[in-house]
Design a protein around this ligand. Sequence first.
Ligand code: ZN
Ligand code: ZN
Length: 256
Amino acid sequence: MFVDSHCHLNFPELRKQLPEILEAMDRNQVGHALVVSVNLPDWPELMEVVHSQPRLWASVGVHPDYEDTPDPSVEELVRLSATEKVVAIGETGLDYYRLTGDLEWQRERFRRHIRAAREVAKPLIIHTRSSSEDTLRLMREEGAAEAGGVMHCFTESQAVADAAIDLNFYISFSGIVTFKNAKELHEVARTIPLDRLLIETDSPYLAPVPHRGKLNDPSKVIHVAERIADLRGLTVAEVAKASTDNFFRLFKGIAH
Ligand SMILES: [Zn+2]
Ligand SMILES: [Zn+2]
């Protein structure tokens, strides 16, 4: 069985095809998918999507790229996560690529997510782009290791992967690892401990080869597993088992 540790099935382009996507997941043996929150206005709809299916799970949080959206307080995140369908806090983190200028508000938002995750003892889903130094610094300052979590859609260096693993985090690879030119990332995917590895689609974005450029969905996570198996000299079944075991170990609330 495969699992998709990070997707946005509630986004309109995927939501309107949900029955077809669930069928494709069955065909490809993708058993569970974690639907990741990016803002609070869309939260009620996201909960509707995950409640419609026993194999769908949710996180709650506000993405660092969403500038003009209500900022959650620690109390609000704690309150919204108090249901069995919510197995993680995020996605949260820092993104200095998409936005520039004074981004202190991003760091404040990130700190609040870490505090909430520690309070409810649920893992963090962290997004970091062009900001790895500050991301790791804030993780250390706020004690993120206590909650643990995952560095999602990982595209950073080996040193950042090692530092995140030291902080009790997992490393999740998306379709980017199937891209030919992602040489440094291939090396990270080849060498990190197998018991720290997760796979994801980040759909609807980043469709893996051979679907590159098309709409992505959780059934396509198998291509991420295939590429990692290839890089590590393992069978696809071995990568599927390890990443699925890791998924259930990290997101403890998921019934399986
Ligand atoms: Zn992200
Ligand atoms: Zn995402």
